[in-house]
Write a protein that binds this ligand. Structure first.
Ligand SMILES: *Cc1c(COP(=O)(O)O)cnc(C)c1O
Length: 424
């Protein structure tokens, strides 16, 4: 009989530093460019959008970055998160693979997003900023930032993609509970919002449009800054606390991962999970990394690797990434957090170099995997996280057919208790 394994790290074992993969990459990333001049962005140009601490962190090449004491104290509310062996799933699949999942749904707002929200709110408050504006897709990021703003005394305003605002009213209530204000996007409050509404009065919205609206609002007030829940280097940096914990947890039970996976929207939970393991691959170890994305928004598998804008109106710096084009309005799939036209530059480059693999999964297969996982393992996954489960199941079946032993680790980025309507 296989024993059920759950690896809990004591609080004292929580990582005290984030890991910066840029220190170990054998190449330099292409710099962000100014949208008007197409020249590399200067730090002072970024500081109208982000506070100085974040601007500095975005550019740093230091291998390890100290996690501030104030942020560690907030992490202790829910970190370290558990690493659980999916024995019920293994038995059901009759696979020789051992499958582990890192569960980020134990955070206060139910996803990994709190890891960076708390860090970003802390740095903004430290730099004297009073108010943060952001966008949210399914609502996880808006909830996480509202919570973090509440913790560090910042006002938070959220532009929420209209289709999700209508499909997921519970998320709005959660943001309001943490004193965040929520506006469906596109809205009448900004000129970019008005432009999209004039084209289609019932426009479903997109993350790209909501980002444009948020940045417009930031430019109108000198005490306000913008906060992004994914894509950028500093966001992935904050999320490496996930992978660093996984490393320690696997070491405790004497396991070596051979396949590390996660779902991919903008790349933050995936990056946070796999980046600490990249040096092993660079050193020639047998380890694979697989990003799992929806077939209907196939950024890494079907996008082009080129410079593109992060938002629809073209306000953000141009970044080199896989993109479906800034005009892309993704279909109304339930995994709202994966409906983004672009990707993290770090992940994009690693895919381009062949260090990371990407695969897409259709909505039906993904929900089938999510339902199976809920019934067997007892956790109802966020629709985004379900893509990682579909990926892990596929690898476990392949291992069985080819009689290979594998150690599969994936991040279950959030719970789906706020997304139950997607399951009916
Ligand atoms: C936001 C979100 C995602 C997608 O964003 P990434 O930056 O790619 O991680 C995935 N899962 C959950 C639960 C989310 O909230």
């Amino acid at each position: 009989m296989r024993s059920r394994i759950r690896v809990n790290l004591p609080v004292e074992e929580m990582p005290k530093k984030w890991y910066n993969v840029k220190a170990d990459l054998p190449f330099k990333l292409d710099p962000p460019l100014h949208p008007a001049t197409q020249q590399p962005m200067k730090p002072e140009e970024l500081s109208r959008i982000f506070p100085p601490s974040i601007v500095e962190q975005e550019a740093t090449e230091e291998r390890f970055v100290e996690i501030p004491e104030e942020v560690l104290e907030e992490y202790v509310v829910f970190r370290p998160t558990p690493l659980i062996r999916a024995t019920f799933l293994e038995e059901y699949l009759q696979t020789p693979a051992r499958i582990y999942y890192k569960y980020e749904g134990t955070s206060p707002t139910g996803s990994h997003k709190t890891n960076t929200a708390l860090a970003q709110a802390f740095y903004n408050a430290k730099d004297g900023i009073k108010r943060l504006v952001t966008e949210t897709g399914a609502g996880q990021w808006g909830s996480a930032l509202s919570y973090a703003g509440r913790k560090f005394g910042l006002e938070v305003k959220v532009f929420m993609v209209r289709i999700s605002y209508e499909q997921k009213p519970m998320r709005k209530y959660m943001m309001n509970l943490f004193d965040g204000t929520v506006t469906p996007s596109p809205s009448e409050l900004t000129s970019s919002g008005k432009k999209f509404l004039s084209q289609d009065p019932s426009h479903p919205g997109s993350l790209g449009i909501a980002i444009s609206e948020a940045i417009e609002e930031v430019m109108a007030d000198p005490n306000t800054r913008y906060s992004l829940g994914s894509v950028l280097d500093h966001v992935l940096l904050h999320q490496t606390v996930i992978g660093l914990e996984i490393e320690k947890q696997l070491e405790l039970i004497g396991e070596k991962p051979t396949i590390v996976m996660g779902c991919h929207g903008g790349g933050s939970n995936f990056g946070g999970t796999v980046l600490p393991f990249i040096p092993r691959k660079l050193a020639g170890e047998n380890i694979r990394f697989v990003a799992c994305e929806p077939e209907s928004c196939p950024t890494l598998t079907k996008g082009e690797f080129r410079y593109d804008s992060g938002d629809s109106a073209g306000f953000t710096p141009l970044i080199k990434m896989y993109t479906l084009g800034k005009e892309f309005v993704p279909p109304k799939i339930h995994a709202g957090g994966l409906r983004y036209h672009g990707s993290a530059p770090i992940i994009a480059r690693l895919v381009h170099e062949g260090i990371i693999e990407a695969e897409s999964f259709d909505q039906e297969k993904t929900f089938e995997a999510a339902r199976l996982f809920a019934k067997l393992e007892g956790i109802i996954p966020a629709p985004e996280a379900a893509h990682a489960i579909a990926g892990a199941i596929k690898e476990a079946i392949a291992a069985k057919e080819e009689k290979r032993e594998e150690v599969i680790v994936f991040t279950l980025s959030g719970h789906g208790l706020m997304d139950l309507t997607a399951y009916v």
